[in-house]
Design a binder for this molecule. Structure first.
Ligand SMILES: [Zn+2]
Length: 62
């Protein structure tokens, strides 16, 4: 479950998660997608990036 807000700065990131997930799955560059979504701070980007890795790791077992 993606955190609703960034732990560090409080920016709402959950609303961007679905689009981020869909576009990266389609092969887009995660950094470019985050730029488009307005997630520019490193603290917020780190949450999305680490969350994707977790989902990828767990996917075969779901
Ligand atoms: Zn942040």
């Amino acid at each position: 479950m993606i955190p609703v807000r960034c732990f560090s700065c409080g920016k709402v990131i959950a609303s961007s998660w679905d689009e981020y997930k869909r576009r990266t799955k389609d092969g887009e560059d995660p950094a470019q997608v985050m730029d488009d979504l307005g997630i520019t701070r490193y603290c917020c980007r780190r949450i999305l990036l680490s969350h994707v890795e977790l989902v990828d790791t767990l996917a075969p077992y779901q």
